[in-house]
Ligand binder design. Sequence first.
Ligand SMILES: Cc1ncc(COP(=O)(O)O)c(C=O)c1O
Length: 360
Amino acid sequence: MTRPVHASIDSAALQHNLTRVRQLAPEARVMAIVKADAYGHDLLISSRALALADAIGLLELGDAIKLRDEGFTQPICLLEGFFEADEIPLIASYQLEPVIHSNWQLDMLESYQDELELSVWLKVDTGMNRLGFSPSEFKQGIARLSSMQCIKKVAIMSHLANADTPENPGTVKQLRDFIDTTESVSLPRSLANSAAILGHPDCQMDWVRPGIMLYGSSPFEESSADELNLKPVMTLQSRIISIKQCSKGDAIGYGGTWVCPEDMSVAVIACGYGDGYPRHAPAGTPIMVAGQKTQLIGRVSMDMITADLRGIDNAAVGSAVELWGVDISVDTVAKMSGTISYELLCGITARVERQEVNNG
Ligand SMILES: Cc1ncc(COP(=O)(O)O)c(C=O)c1O
């Protein structure tokens, strides 16, 4: 028997979530964000399911080339641009669109003036204080790009710092600063991530850039994916590999942190932090065993976890287990583990096979 942990990736759910983006932002073009192996969902499975997106955004050059080689013809944006000058001819030959966020990148581009053609995105820093030209540097950045023979098209983007807390005034300020900074040039603009698509329609502009909502997770602490009509894409599944009959007082797993309050059965499940299940998931984290909801007990180890079988009478070795997905929200597991779904989804490790399913 092969180790039973795997992640099923529902292409119908990806398509449903893309349709949700289109409903919410009907005037905008959609750049589907598939960085970090499509947030852990497998680049190719996810990009094929999202093939109707108007563009693809990621930051790994090798993955962008893989998509071109697979026949993807849409614009492909490299969200951090290039890191070394010798990447520029390769980027141009694959017609990839790098984000230009710093003067050192403009310096490098200037040395390729006559040799190639490139479409680029200029990034403006409107308050994230991470990548991008400040509003005061913007005009000079645009002027330098406009003077270069090699630049075919320019679009502009900025990134929001607080869109996941809709009441935070920072988003309105970033939007205003983005408009004020860029209104003198008539170029396509992009600002909205998932949280802004859902919570700040005024940020939609020419292009939206959804990531997490495409994968069926909520960017908000207060609203569930279900309430937002998003369908979970990844279901992380495994099986029971052993059942222990424990007595009252028996301590379970490393550190003996969970002690059986009565005689009870305990399921041992093939999945641990070596697969990407969070080690910080506490006892009480929900888990689906043999079609019924129960709780994690004891510490998460590298390859195994343990679950409470009290009240679950049909569980047996081989019974199916859902760690998160259709029945257990990844957002709930993330919250209980003190993190966000982005980290859990991206953290699924290479030894977990991704299997495409279509539950449409
Ligand atoms: C530049 C950029 N745009 C869009 C996104 C998508 O964000 P989200 O997954 O919150 O929708 C990201 C993700 O961090 C990003 O870095």
